[in-house]
Design a protein around this ligand. Sequence first.
Ligand code: FPP
Length: 235
Amino acid sequence: MNENVPNHVAIIMDGNGRWAQNRGLKRTKGHQKGAEVLKKISEYVYDKKIKVLSVFAFSTENWKRDKEEIDYLMKLFIKAFKGNFNVIKEKGVKVVFSGLKNKLSKKVIDTMDKMQEETKNNKNGIFNICLNYGGQDEIIEATKKISALVKDNKIDVKDIDKELFSKNLFNDLPPIDLLIRTSGEYRISNFMLWQMAYAELYFTDTLWPDFNEEEFDKALDAFNKRERRFGGVKK
Ligand code: FPP
């Protein structure tokens, strides 16, 4: 088959908690394994010459979890951003974050800022980490920014188009071609709603900590079998 590599892949890494509970372990162990899997998969993605990878690390709804789990996740993020993703940097990938800064500790924000700063001139790919992220929030924030531009007479209402809207999102990213969600849940869960408009959706029962390169290839195979018409008709 003629391999058609998607430009932008997004992943909802679900099932860490269940993976741990199935083994009689604390939920946090599932996140620890999940972080290791993300490291491997992200390297694999850029080796495949996929340009953009977006991942859902923490949603605005995840604050409802126990403090112990939230604290663990925040520490895991700091650890990952400080060192575990060095290979990504070495591959010349630019790291960006999408989400609101409110509620995040200074320590987390500082490591995020440092990682963005260190990789800002990288051109080989983009790693978009959605942290304290909600898709509806992203659209609301963009609307506020655009409204301010209109109010200050910087733009006219008729200048508002898809391109301008995208430029005012947390990051101006290309459309998502392939969305992967693990753990047998068939939901979008408020993830990258704007960018997802014409994404091909791929769901697998595999829990995120069990996901691997072979599973990723299965998703790519499924993507290659899809016929993308973008609202047009079959040629
Ligand atoms: C969903 O599984 C997963 C999360 C809320 C956290 C995702 C975080 C990681 C994969 C850790 C590494 C991330 C980075 C950016 C270093 P769940 O806990 O909702 O699982 P469940 O549905 O089985 O309870």
